[in-house]
Write a protein that binds this ligand. Structure first.
Ligand SMILES: [Zn+2]
Ligand SMILES: [Zn+2]
Length: 276
């Protein structure tokens, strides 16, 4: 089968190593396709997004690697683009083949500061207290509301780690993921994913970094995706070349167990369903 990942971070943002190290790792692991997805530059202070001044160098390096390895692997150039009020629309920018749309932050209307949904536990407590009045249901509704708004206003090719707010919720510390109010938020978001025709990624990055035991999103969400004909794609969200295919064999098996026969990826210049 065709192995691929379109979600890769490097020294251009908060990952490690050069772009070429990821290509070499991908070749070693028999990938047919690799996509780079640096965190797109943002309009607020951040130490984990690519700097605007590095964007041309990022695209230039990726283009030369595409050329250098063109007989051995297909390389695509993407951005993991944050959606927030007033954000830059990176779709159709020169040199960019695709975007992965993500909600990582929300802005505190009082202070104007950005707080993270998927940072440390302390970050999570901060966003809960500062923006959502310590009400976890408000936070969950706020997060999924932003995902839906992104899908409607700036539809990306791929939706990043749909239920990443689970990251700090091990053992149901903040909420019970089986409760109806939570499932309703997820399901109404899936309706919008389906309408938008974006691809939902299955993201193993949280496993590689030790935050979760199962990928994002949870299996029950993938069962609904199958029912709703939402296309999926397996990505590693790797921040180190060694993790470029973290848990892929298990995830491919799990997807087949759910009933998926294919994943949708960029291949030979087009979005195509390729067999699992
Ligand atoms: Zn992300
Ligand atoms: Zn990422």
């Amino acid at each position: 089968m065709l192995k691929s990942s379109f979600h890769t971070h490097s020294h251009f943002d908060d990952g490690t190593c050069d772009l070429e190290d990821y290509v070499l790792s991908a070749l070693e692991k028999d990938f047919g396709v690799l996509g780079f997805s640096a965190h797109a530059p943002v309009l607020f202070d951040s130490d984990w997004h690519m700097k605007q001044d590095d964007l041309d160098e990022y695209v230039g390096q990726a283009e030369s690697l595409r050329e250098k390895y063109r007989d051995r692997i297909e390389i695509y150039i993407g951005l993991e683009a944050d959606y927030y009020k007033g954000c830059v629309d990176w779709r159709n920018k020169k040199g960019i083949d695709y975007t992965i749309g993500a909600i990582h932050v929300a802005q505190d209307p009082k202070s104007g500061k950005y707080h993270s949904f998927d940072g440390t536990r302390k970050d999570f407590d901060d966003i809960l207290e500062n923006i959502y009045d310590r009400d976890i249901r408000l936070l969950v509704a706020g997060y999924y509301g932003l995902v839906r708004e992104m899908l409607m206003k700036m539809t990306p090719n791929i939706v990043a780690h749909l239920d990443v707010i689970r990251k700090n919720n091990q053992g149901g510390r903040y909420f019970d993921e089986t409760e109806e109010w939570y499932r309703d938020e997820v399901l109404s978001t899936l309706e919008v994913v389906s309408l938008s025709q974006a691809i939902l990624e299955i993201n193993t990055g949280g496993i590689a970094r030790g935050y979760t035991k199962e990928p994002y999103p949870s299996r029950w969400i993938l069962e609904y995706c199958l029912d709703m004909d939402i296309p999926v794609m397996v990505n590693s969200d790797s921040h180190h070349p060694d993790n470029i295919d973290c848990c892929f064999d298990e995830v491919y098996e799990m997807l087949k167990g759910v009933g998926f026969k294919s994943q949708r990826i960029l291949y030979r210049g087009e979005w195509k369903d390729v067999g699992l």
